[in-house]
Design a protein around this ligand. Structure first.
Ligand SMILES: [Zn+2]
Length: 319
């Protein structure tokens, strides 16, 4: 799934001029650790690089086309990324990949309503695998209910940037887990998604961990009570707590919003730590820990070389 060849473009020596454009094609999590996947234009393989301590120096190439990030194929073995070299038409993809992804997303989320025969063999095989239902809380206090494939690991939770979570049930397959997810939303009003802007704001002004944990406990108890009557013989109730590995990390305190637009101009920073698609980064000459959303970098043509880095315009907070 990952190509582990060290990438000469993305180390401390990144200011070597490669003469090739490169693209950030994905932000991946592996054993709850973040990896950035880059593709150098013209290369067949993309390269996965550990995001922690990664030093980046790049400029968004002006006047060059954005490139599609490709899609994800799902099968009985899990999910794999499929690369694409077409220009991006939407926020992240070309028309073909966007259509493919829309169909896959609809099939996955509607699988329990459409039935096995309507969603394609590969997707049905992907879903015929144990799943878990969880409730997660983010640092602003927003909660969501969600599902994850497999009975171990917290990749889905770190990928989304959850701060604490509780696994509530396990099921034999991904069909029934979505029935439980939908009925939890319908009956108790717990949402299935949290906006990135709320996640970002939560890191800048977080609720105390203790408060988040007690809110989560309350929400989990409410859902568990409801699930007791729903799970029956098709699953098991769980009571497994999860917390983000970064909760004790001082990098995630006193954060300042990155004072530049990440997908324009020239940047230089070192990534210290990541939660979901959000990175804490440092820049030489500044004591602050900056919080930046890396996702807007996807599709943009990036280049290395000998250029000046844009100055930060720091806004003094008023009182
Ligand atoms: Zn594409």
């Amino acid at each position: 799934m990952f190509d582990w060849v060290p990438n000469k473009h993305l180390t401390a020596e990144m200011n070597i001029d490669t003469n090739s454009l490169f693209y950030l094609t994905a932000i991946n999590w592996h054993a709850e650790e973040p990896f950035l996947q880059f593709q150098v234009q013209g290369d067949q393989l993309s390269q996965s690089t550990s995001a922690n301590e990664l030093e980046l120096r790049f400029r968004v190439a002006a006047g060059r086309e954005r490139q599609c990030v490709g899609t994800v194929d799902r099968s009985k073995d899990g999910s794999t990324r499929v690369q694409c070299d077409s220009p991006a038409a939407s926020a992240r993809q070309c028309d073909r990949c966007q259509t493919k992804e829309n169909i896959a997303a609809a099939n996955m989320h509607q699988a329990h309503r459409r039935g096995r025969d309507a969603i394609g063999k590969a997707m049905a095989a992907y879903l015929t695998h144990p799943h878990r239902l969880y409730v997660a809380i983010f640092r602003d206090g927003a909660t969501k209910v969600g599902t994850t494939r497999g009975l171990s690991g917290g990749n889905r939770l770190v990928e989304q940037g959850a701060w604490f979570a509780s696994y509530l049930a396990q099921t034999d397959d991904g069909f029934f887990v979505r029935e439980l997810e939908d009925s939890t939303t319908e009956k108790l009003g717990v949402r299935q998604a949290v906006d990135t802007r709320k996640k970002f704001a939560g890191h800048l002004q977080p609720l105390p961990d203790q408060e988040l944990e007690s809110r989560l406990t309350q929400k989990a108890n409410e859902i568990k009570k409801f699930l007791t009557g729903e799970v029956g013989s098709r699953g098991l109730l769980l009571d497994d707590r999860w917390s983000n590995p970064r909760i004790e990390d001082q990098a995630w305190t006193n954060l300042v919003s990155y004072p530049a637009v990440i997908n324009q101009g020239a940047h230089e920073f070192a990534i210290k730590s990541m939660v979901g698609r959000l990175a804490v980064c440092n820049r030489t000459g500044f004591a602050e820990n900056f919080l930046v959303d890396l996702q807007p970098l996807l599709t943009h043509p990036l280049e290395t070389g000998d250029f000046e880095i844009d100055e930060f315009i720091m806004q003094d907070s008023l009182f």
